[in-house]
Design a protein around this ligand. Structure first.
Ligand SMILES: Cc1ncc(COP(=O)(O)O)c(C=O)c1O
Length: 394
């Protein structure tokens, strides 16, 4: 198919729910992607944070190739070797105590599982989420998501959800009732604009939850798997939740969600109360096993910490130079640059110069590159941004 045929097919047939960029991507390797005409791009979108181990990592490719010829589908009502191998590796990743997991296929599903589990374990209906939060777009996850634009057309959402201002323990304390099951939080807000909480917030949250007997759920769908410079962002503050959601990057680019919980909490689910046809699919599990090996062997969290510091420093230099930059923030290789205006033209200008970046809300440029990105590639991204910002700064 040529470019026009590809675009036409997606425009005509696919549900019109994505804001499309005029780019047909056909190949990827590490932090580089290529379009159909062979033009090269540095991928600071990481496919919305998915490509942590890089595009088409050879270990992930080899694992998928091997498994695809062995067994592709195996429902979780049967045992399977690829799944068990993954589970043993996966359960070593989260902080101690989170020793059981439910596998699914996406971030929203991992949040759905967390919500159901909190309700089942506590026997209570209320979930408190943060204003500005993003947890996905299925009905349960959407009920925890803040943005009116996403919520309004689908009312009524699931009852029992409340939102409180982030970073405000007093308001949280006031919002908790004897019907509250859990508090659901992104340790670093992603879609909301790359917002790192104050140093005492997550530990304070843990204390309030303990004091009130309420479960604490961390949504690490975007922050997890090394992105922020630790395997999970909550490790920066040494706070362990009762339930934790992971997705995006865990299977090296293939779809997987994982909801971790303390064993006692997860055991609240009885047979049949939560399941999914693709839960623990062997092909995805084989990819995830390989991705975990890569994460560990290539020390990707450490790499994210070092390169993230470097990248952030360079962005801060740009912020010094251009008054149109309001603030640079983030942790590891989860970075945001808040502008004084809509960032659409910046995204476009970067793309025209071979760099793909994301937005986070209207006025934040977001960077979620693969953690295997090279230092020279970061330097090139900075050069391009310098050029684009110079053009916008007039
Ligand atoms: C923090 C967070 N939670 C949940 C989700 C939903 O994940 P998915 O799009 O895989 O359903 C996202 C997606 O960006 C996210 O950033």
């Amino acid at each position: 198919m040529n470019k026009k045929e590809i675009v036409d097919a997606e425009e005509k047939i696919m549900a019109n729910t994505f804001a499309k960029r005029d780019l047909v991507l056909t190949k990827g390797k590490g932090a580089t992607v290529w379009d159909i005409d062979g033009n090269e791009y540095i991928d600071c979108t990481g496919s919305y944070g998915v490509a942590v181990v890089g595009h088409c990592h050879p270990k992930v490719v080899a694992a998928v190739q091997k498994q695809v010829e062995t067994l592709i589908a195996c429902h979780a009502s049967f045992y399977n070797d690829a799944r068990s191998e993954l589970l043993e590796k996966l359960i070593r990743l989260p902080p101690e105590g989170l020793n059981k997991v439910f596998l699914s296929s996406s971030g929203a599903e991992s949040v759905e599982c967390a919500i159901k589990l909190a309700r089942k374990y506590s026997g209570k209906p209320e979930i408190i989420a943060m204003m500005g939060a993003f947890h996905g777009k299925t009905l349960g996850a959407l009920s925890a998501t803040w943005k009116k634009k996403y919520r309004a057309p689908f009312m009524p959402l699931v009852p029992g959800f409340k939102h409180v201002p982030p970073d405000n323990l007093e308001k949280l304390r006031e919002a908790i009732t004897d019907q509250t099951a859990a508090v659901l939080v992104e340790p670093v807000r992603g879609e909301g604009g790359i917002l790192v909480p104050s140093d005492s917030f997550l530990s304070g949250l843990r204390e309030v939850c303990d004091e009130k007997g309420v479960l604490l759920i961390f949504d690490e769908v975007q922050t997890g798997f090394g992105r922020t410079g630790k395997v999970f962002a909550c490790e920066h503050w040494n706070v362990v939740p009762d339930i934790m959601c992971l997705a995006k990057s865990v299977a090296g680019g293939l779809p997987m969600g994982a909801t971790f919980a303390r064993g006692e909490v997860m055991d609240a689910f009885q047979r049949g109360e939560h399941s999914s046809t693709f839960s623990g699919n062997p092909l995805i599990c084989a990819a995830a096993s390989a991705a975990i090996d890569v994460l560990v062997e290539e020390k990707l969290p450490e790499r994210a910490a070092t390169l993230g510091k470097y990248f952030k420093g360079k962005l801060e230099e740009l912020a010094e130079k251009y008054k149109i930059v309001r603030e640079v923030r983030g942790l590891g290789l989860m970075l945001g640059m808040e502008m004084r205006f809509d960032v659409y033209k910046i995204l476009q200008g970067c793309m025209e110069r071979g760099v793909l970046v994301l937005d986070a809300g209207r006025n934040v440029v977001r960077f979620l590159p693969p953690l295997v990105i090279e230092k020279q590639q970061i330097d090139r991204v900075i050069e391009v941004l310098d050029e684009v910002l110079a053009g916008e700064n007039r």
